[in-house]
Design a protein around this ligand. Structure first.
Ligand SMILES: Cc1cc2nc3c(=O)[nH]c(=O)nc-3n(C[C@H](O)[C@H](O)[C@H](O)COP(=O)(O)O)c2cc1C
Length: 236
């Protein structure tokens, strides 16, 4: 009995962990920050802000000279850690999240360099996770930023399309985000319940909600089970 309760508790913890969303963003002039503030009103998510290690840099000075040099260094040697500007240490356990939404400004047609640093360090840990991308630019199209995200998170499950919010549209973020969440079917991706038909069930890891493991040959009735650690609704 005790073991049953422990098993059930572990499974419930695993289920709670599985559907969590992380929003990770970088923002220099606060447009992305305003977008993320709005997004976090609409979804339940943890939020992390990326900060460059070097403080006080004026990325916009001299026709964006510093940002431009950082992007050029990454373009030249994208596979080398030293091409990426240092960021403050980030305390994150990506294993807790099934979905990561990235908010980033566009710099010279690419993803802002500090966010690229974060993804260079953590992109491999995002394999198999749902990845949403929100980009802010003054006017340039965002395909280069999308390309950076896909290069740095090669095994991410990208939720398509990305959301592009131009600087001048920042005050419309609320309705643009609402629309985007519907388009990418956000609720379904982050729901902690799977829907499958009984005939699709591989019965090697099926538990009842109260934590009883079912034998592989059990003929499942329609209902809710834990399959491979995920709450699953089986229909007949
Ligand atoms: C270094 C740098 C380069 C930029 N390059 C471009 C560009 O090529 N095209 C563009 O439309 N906007 C460019 N921008 C403008 C930003 O993408 C835009 O202002 C965005 O809203 C900034 O987001 P933030 O306020 O969150 O930092 C650049 C901004 C910086 C700082």
């Amino acid at each position: 009995m005790k073991q049953l309760i422990i098993t059930a508790a572990i499974m419930l913890a695993a289920m709670a962990a599985q559907a969590k969303t992380l929003i990770v963003y970088y923002s220099y002039t606060n447009n992305v920050e305003r977008i993320v503030d709005e997004l976090s009103k609409q979804i339940d998510a943890d939020v992390i802000e990326i900060e460059p290690a070097e403080k006080g840099l004026d990325y916009a000075a001299d026709n964006y000279a510093i940002g431009s040099a950082q992007i050029a260094a990454i373009r030249e040697n994208p596979d080398v850690a030293s091409s990426y500007p240092a960021i403050d240490p980030v305390d994150v356990d990506l294993a807790q999240y099934s979905t990561v939404i990235i908010g980033a400004p566009l710099w010279w047609s690419n993803m802002a360099a500090p966010m690229q640093t974060f993804l260079f360090n953590y992109g491999a840990e995002m394999a198999g996770k749902n990845i949403g991308l929100i980009v802010s630019s003054a006017s340039s199209g965002i395909s280069g930023v999308e390309g950076d995200a896909k290069r740095l998170i090669p095994d991410g499950n990208f939720l398509s399309p990305c959301l592009w919010i131009r600087s001048a549209q920042t005050s419309n973020a609320k309705s643009m985000i609402e629309e985007w969440l519907k388009t990418i079917d956000y609720n379904n991706h982050t729901s902690d319940i799977n829907n499958i038909h009984a005939s699709d069930t591989a019965t090697n890891s099926v538990y009842t909600l109260s934590g009883i493991k079912l034998l592989a040959e059990t003929n499942l009735l329609a209902g809710i089970y834990i399959i491979n650690g995920k709450k699953t609704l089986i229909s007949k």
